[in-house]
Ligand binder design. Structure first.
Ligand SMILES: [Zn+2]
Length: 424
């Protein structure tokens, strides 16, 4: 009896060991395959573009590490790409572009010299292969797409119709509109080629493209650096995005002020509220507070971007182009403005101004500005509260009626003025 029990235990241990060894071998095999896939991608691009290993004029962009294929992460591809091409994260020429986990695994190699870009999209079926099976596959079986296009900014801006056709044909795999893969490649590659600051490039990998909105985020960071710098370890930023746009991905990323850390809040404005903004705050962007936890007080600024100045200085672009998605104008104006804005990275005050400065006297005031249902711009006296502007009525009011309306209006003005005085 005892002998039989012992035999069963030994058999069970043996089977478990076999299964564990098999699982480990499979996991090792999967990792090896991903590494080889990365190497193969670089080798194909080196032939197609062409380029030699360690060429500093080559940029690689990829969705590897974000793309999850059949539950498997794709991080290990990055090492294969880097070892074969010589492009690395540290050198700033291997960019991990944020895409949602369900999107394809792709790689794009761009040459700063020729402005050509080779795009390779991986056939998901290769991830189920053994290393030997993978090695026997032809390039056309490993990739569903191997495409080369010239995406230099000058060429695209001068011949927009031709590129627009290719974008519509999803030459680089398309993706969610409007900020698809084609837009990602052309905006990031051209900004990198023009020598965009590494911080801007890094933050925009999270945003997944570069646009005038995200470039304005970098300019806001520079503006805050100059006008409301952190001076003590007990200080950190508390930011209210109002109204939010692409800038807020960049500012959260660089300033380590994030929604999750509860020091970045976003509040949108309705079209009616936008109409009530004074001219000076027409393109209001953020309420930025330098909060000192040691004193429980803060200093704040309300800042705005001067889009009209930007459109005028850049030339040949307008506010309505922003939404011209039925023509090439939507991407054309963004690419043109991106390249233009890169010349102003060290002079943010050219395009940003302070609408108001204020002090925050305690945590209760700070929390009120951040809380739901409170419009901080009304609270700070930048704009009037909804319903406090004069309204017309078709009926001719009686004299007592007029008196009541006048009394309400005067009370409103007095309250508004008092609030403005308080926060100055
Ligand atoms: Zn954007």
């Amino acid at each position: 009896m005892m002998k039989r029990k012992a035999a069963v235990v030994i058999l069970a241990i043996f089977l478990c060991s076999v299964l564990a060894v098999n699982a480990l071998a499979q996991a090792t095999d999967d990792q090896e395959l991903l590494y080889l896939l990365g190497s193969r991608t670089s080798e194909v691009a080196m032939k197609e573009l062409p380029f030699d290993k360690d060429d500093p004029n080559i940029l690689v962009m990829t969705s590897a590490s974000y793309a999850i294929i059949d539950g498997q992460n794709t991080d290990r591809c990055i090492d294969g790409v880097a070892d074969a091409s010589g492009c690395t994260v540290g050198k700033g020429n291997l960019l991990l572009v944020h895409r949602s986990r369900d999107k394809p695994l792709w790689f794009a190699f761009f040459s700063k010299n020729t402005k050509e870009c080779v795009y390779l999209e991986v056939n998901n079926a290769v991830l189920g292969k053994s290393v030997d099976e993978f090695n026997a596959l032809a390039d056309g079986e490993v990739f569903t797409k191997i495409v080369k296009e010239n995406i230099g900014a000058d060429k695209l801006l001068n011949e927009p119709e031709a590129w627009d056709e290719k974008m519509k044909a999803k030459v680089f795999g398309g993706g969610a509109k409007p900020f698809n893969n084609e837009f990602t490649m052309m905006t990031i590659a051209n900004a990198w080629a023009k020598g965009a600051p590494p911080e801007l490039i890094r933050a925009n990998q999270f945003h997944n493209h570069i646009c005038p909105g995200s470039a304005s985020g970098y300019l806001f960071v520079k503006y805050i650096d100059k006008n409301l710098p952190l001076e003590k370890p007990s200080q950190r930023y508390q930011i209210i995005a109002i109204k939010p746009w692409c800038k807020d991905d960049i500012m959260q990323w660089i300033l380590e002020a994030t929604i999750g850390n509860k020091n970045y809040i976003a509040k949108d404005l309705t079209p009616e509220q936008m109409k009530q903004l004074p001219e000076d705050a027409k393109d209001v962007a953020n309420v930025v507070i330098r909060w000192d936890s040691a004193t429980g007080t803060g200093k704040g600024i309300v800042i705005a971007f001067d889009w009209d100045t930007a459109f005028q200085m850049c030339g040949d672009v307008s506010r309505k182009d922003l939404k011209a998605f039925d023509t090439h104008r939507w991407w054309w104006m963004r690419l043109k403005m991106n390249q233009w804005m890169l010349d102003y990275m060290d002079s943010p005050e050219t395009l940003i101004h302070t609408v108001k400065e204020f002090d925050v006297d305690g945590p209760a005031e700070l929390n009120k500005l951040k809380s739901a249902g409170v419009n901080p711009l009304v609270e700070l006296g930048v704009m009037p509260a909804s319903g406090t502007t004069a309204t017309s009525t078709e009926e001719t009011p009686s004299i007592p009626g007029l008196c009541i309306i006048a009394a309400i209006a005067i009370a409103g003005v007095v309250a508004y003025a008092a609030r403005r005085r308080k926060i100055r």
